[in-house]
Design a protein around this ligand. Structure first.
Ligand code: SF4
Length: 145
């Protein structure tokens, strides 16, 4: 049983987690890595708003609840603009809390993909291997529009 927590971008703070929870159930996007494995979500919160002050505390609370992995929600990657602190969080969380951190939750929705490809947002800004996992395939991206 893998226990995980999710931190979302505060700009989506009213989000009920629909896409994240669906993708966890379907084991796609950032959750494809758990195929065939049981997963329990033990924490879900926002970053607290720029510059992400809650990232200083939330992983600890998740860890106290058994979480081994923190997923930074896909909203940090696809928002306009993507979170400027994403790289920092990816380095800070393992170092500070000894927890694994994963970029992303649900697959990138196709409508966001098209705009970001047009803008040339992602090269050099996000880890391309992580992005590749979140991109899934076109049919999946459309299903998450
Ligand atoms: S852009 Fe980053 S720091 Fe700002 S609210 Fe979103 S996740 Fe938090």
């Amino acid at each position: 049983m893998k226990k995980i927590g999710i931190i979302i971008c505060d700009r989506y703070h009213t989000c009920a987690g629909g896409k994240c929870l669906r993708s966890l159930r379907e084991r796609v996007g950032g959750f494809a890595r758990y195929e065939g494995e049981e997963v329990e979500l033990v924490g879900y919160t926002t970053c607290g708003g720029c510059p992400g002050g809650n990232v200083e505390y939330a992983p600890e609370e998740m860890k106290n609840n058994g979480a081994e992995v923190v997923h930074l929600a896909t909203g940090l990657v696809v928002g306009y603009p993507p979170c400027p602190y994403l790289d920092y969080f990816m380095e800070f969380i393992p170092r500070q809390f000894g927890m694994e951190v994963v970029m992303g939750t649900h697959p990138v929705p196709e409508k966001y993909n098209l705009v970001h490809q047009d803008l040339g947002t992602w090269p050099g800004m996000v880890a391309q291997d992580d992005l590749k996992v979140l991109m899934a395939d076109k049919e999946t991206r459309l299903a998450y529009d």
